[in-house]
Design a protein around this ligand. Structure first.
Ligand SMILES: Cc1cc2nc3c(=O)[nH]c(=O)nc-3n(C[C@H](O)[C@H](O)[C@H](O)COP(=O)(O)O)c2cc1C
Length: 184
């Protein structure tokens, strides 16, 4: 199904003029977020591209505060724990492009994204990665996602953001630039 994208960027560019072929593809943003940073970034990508969006909800989150959050979540990530996740509202097989957005946990994927990546097939799809982190270094997680997606050639572009909620305007601008570069 064709999708007409008419978002006007901060620099005045109208996105559907540059999205070209991408405007014809169906895009699903799939994200996991514990504290809202990745959720904000994922929602910006949704609003810029006109994509559909799906939040990954694990059956149990780690403790939400203090050191145990890092310890528990970090341990789960390190052992590549795969929790059950809630039923998806969108079927990824209906989409040409899947944007995977998630925070770095212990240098790698958070458990809910690990589950999703093991469950789905990305064959023949374009995959885009949007990573968020505290340090700005998401390289290891991006490598992990690429390995699980299966074919390096399917990952077309990656964005790496440092805690997007710290400066929402700057995040929006960075993601507009990212989407423009991705479209060209
Ligand atoms: C369990 C856990 C482990 C984390 N491990 C890392 C890490 O290894 N490297 C890093 O840069 N940031 C790490 N962070 C910080 C998050 O990646 C960062 O704050 C991210 O933007 C949070 O996204 P969210 O608000 O969508 O949950 C960790 C956060 C948590 C909760």
């Amino acid at each position: 199904m064709a999708r007409l994208i008419t978002t006007t960027m901060q620099n005045g560019t109208v996105l559907h003029e540059v999205m070209k072929g991408k405007a014809m593809s169906k895009i699903l943003v799939v994200y996991y977020s514990l504290d809202g940073n990745t959720e904000f970034a994922a929602d910006q990508i949704r609003s810029i591209t006109g994509a559909d969006i799906e939040k990954l909800i694990p059956e149990r989150e780690p403790t939400r505060s203090g050191f145990s959050k890092i310890l528990e979540g970090g341990f789960q990530a390190l052992i590549h724990y795969k929790p059950r996740i809630a039923h998806l509202k969108h079927d990824p097989t209906d989409y040409d492009t899947i944007v995977l957005a998630c925070p770095v946990w212990a240098g790698t994927c958070p458990p809910a994204m690990e589950t999703f990546l093991h469950k789905e097939s990305f064959s023949g799809k374009e995959v885009v990665i949007c990573a968020t982190s505290g340090s700005g270094n998401a390289d290891r997680m991006i490598d992990r996602i690429k390995a699980l997606v299966g074919d390096d050639n399917t990952v077309s572009v990656t964005a790496s953001l440092t805690e997007p909620l710290k400066d929402p305007d700057k995040t929006r601008q960075k993601l507009e630039e990212f989407c423009l570069a991705w479209a060209e």
